[in-house]
Design a protein around this ligand. Sequence first.
Ligand code: URA
Length: 432
Amino acid sequence: MRMVDIIDTKRNGGTLTDEKLQFFVDGVVDGSIPDYQISALLMAIYFQGMTSSEQTSLTMKMMHSGERLDLHQIPGIKVDKHSTGGVGDKVSLPLAAMVAATGIPVPMISGRGLGHTGGTLDKLEAIPGFRVELSEQEFIDQVAKEKLAIVGATGEFAPADKKIYGLRDVTDTVDSIPLIASSIMSKKIASGTDALVIDVKTGAGAFMKTLDQSRALAHALVDIGKQAGLQCMAVISDMNQPLGNKIGNALEIEESIDVLKGKGPADLTELVLTLGSYMVVMGGKAETMDQARQLLEQTIADGTAYDRFKAMVVAQGGDPRVMDDYQVMPQAKYQIPYRAKRTGVITKLTADEIGTASMLLGGGRQKADDQLDYSVGIELHHKLGDHVKAGEPLLTIYSNRQEIKNVEQLLDESIEIGDHGEQPPLIHEIIE
Ligand code: URA
């Protein structure tokens, strides 16, 4: 088999057989296919797309290129959640604790943030002592005992994806639906879960800016998951504005624990309950979405979700005082109000620019090896569609420096106040 023939097939709109995709993935991993031929095939896939069975075949071959976690020692249906990434998206933290509190094992493998989006692991590391790197056996034992763990990848999942992702980044082929879907799902299937709920973000602050693109990605992800034998569904949720009110690592831990105390913001709590209800039905603890929602609400009311989160903090070496004293996490020196420039209705509150503002304060990474400042970030006092008065604080900037002109300039661009505006729906579509 020759790589040039594989490129030729796809360039001319043909379908790649299992054998051809296996040859490609093997050659990526063993280095026998040069970067220029891998890149040429990626560009051909970008323009010609892939059939549903091609996407699944590529995913499974990338998944088999690395380690696969075996979670059979943990009894019960294991359920996980994945988000395509957003600003203020701390859903995994309260969600894992609430679902675990219903008795379903939640083995969560999460990532770090880059650019305007945050990462669940970075947020957890704002808790003094919290360890996100557990050995495979520690991870399995903790999920079996406490019903939840949130960690970084324990083994090397899908090394073919790592190489391909690096080339997509420099060949402008990142935003191809079959390439995104196979990249995400190869790692998720390798993580050994039985069921997966996917939160596909849509809007100005999301990877996919339009509902059509988000729907196509959601269908591709769910198709691959089902063909790979997982229970799988997707929720398309809004990312035109940040989720919840707090953006920044320690601030997002505070807001997550607030959800577990029944004091979380309405949008965040609603999204957690929606995603969680699907997880509870998939995990076999409820027959209907209504029953599942009631069970999850009960975990807040009776404190069992709070207890699960605390148990995870203790098991992973974190300071449990964080549950009731947020000051044990790093605190910013200055709290600087950002005020409304006129009276009216908030018509723009663009999530990615607000995420970038938090990054510029030191809360996110511009490069993969940047050090984070856990204490900084932004707290929103208003959301899209709210009426505000000139001079009233729209948000508070948590900073360790007083001079924040670049951040304020970015906020000037990301926020608009007009005469009429409305709230976007939180949940756009469900794909099952
Ligand atoms: N996340 C991934 O893991 N892969 C992509 O291609 C995009 C987002």
